[in-house]
Design a protein around this ligand. Sequence first.
Ligand code: NCD
Length: 348
Amino acid sequence: MATTTWTRHHVLSLADFTPIEYDTVLQTAASFREVLSRRTKKVPTLQGQVVANLFFESSTRTRSSFELAAKRLSADTLNFAAATSSLTKGETILDTAKTYLAMGADMMVVRHREAGVPQAIAAEMDRLGSRVGVLNAGDGQHEHPSQALLDLFTICTLLDPDHPRLELLKDKKIAIVGDILHSRVARSNIWSLTATGAEVHLAGPPTLLPQLFAAYGTQEGNQGAKEPLPITHDQSPITNRKLFLHWDVEPALQDADFVMTLRLQKERMTQHLLPSLREYHQRYGITRDRLKLCKPDVKVLHPGPVNRGVEISSDLMDDPQFSLISQQVTSGVAVRMALLYLMGGGKI
Ligand code: NCD
């Protein structure tokens, strides 16, 4: 397995990920997917290491997936649930993290409803001179790197199961549809998918698209995408990212190879941004009829949890000809094993 190129200690954002790092994660995850297909689905790689899952916000698949990934690597896992923790007695988040450090945690997987908490914990761990690696498992509306990496892995393994790599997506068209404004999944996916050379088309109601991009939106009725959105990152070697924005779903779906739909994040909406869920489904829901605009072999992704019948029609969600939703969940374990392995690599 390739570790020689890996120097990243924390995985907090994909904004500055390099093509080599993406390909290293993809290739390492492919090796672990092979491990997971064996009868004994466990390797001793992280034996004696402690992975602490600090989930300050609810989660089903991400938390379980990280826990299983750590266990498959033979690490000891500590699980923390905010509601039953000392946070309710007034302890600060950083003091909670320091408690886990004192118990010998080697890696911390952090989710929080506020953007920036994993970064703050990583900074504190560095300040204390610890070698703890911090992995962002979703921070507010900011980023969710492991989700975007598992989405990338799911798509790339479909195109070449043995050798998933970025270049497979060059010149593909990928639509991301729905509540982009509140979605950390979309933010991380924008970085990863535009790093491949694919055209990425965002579509959603204007009230659910980032205001920053408002001037670049395609007017209703105008089917052509205007100029690409100006996204760059100072630390990233990747230029020429091809990202477009639409207020209607149809131009984004036209000839798309992959469609990613996103949950309406009602818990993050502070005001009424939609007339009704029924109307949202009528205008932006992914249905069999709408998929006819895409390439014939189009595939649909959704990070879950799904509001059935809102962002995607219920029957389509369960149709293996189109839906990659359960493959995404399966990929999640291999990709998270790859991340924990690579981050723990220096210490094994
Ligand atoms: C996402 C999340 O929590 O950001 N889910 C996930 O991690 N699989 C998306 C969502 O909550 O809609």
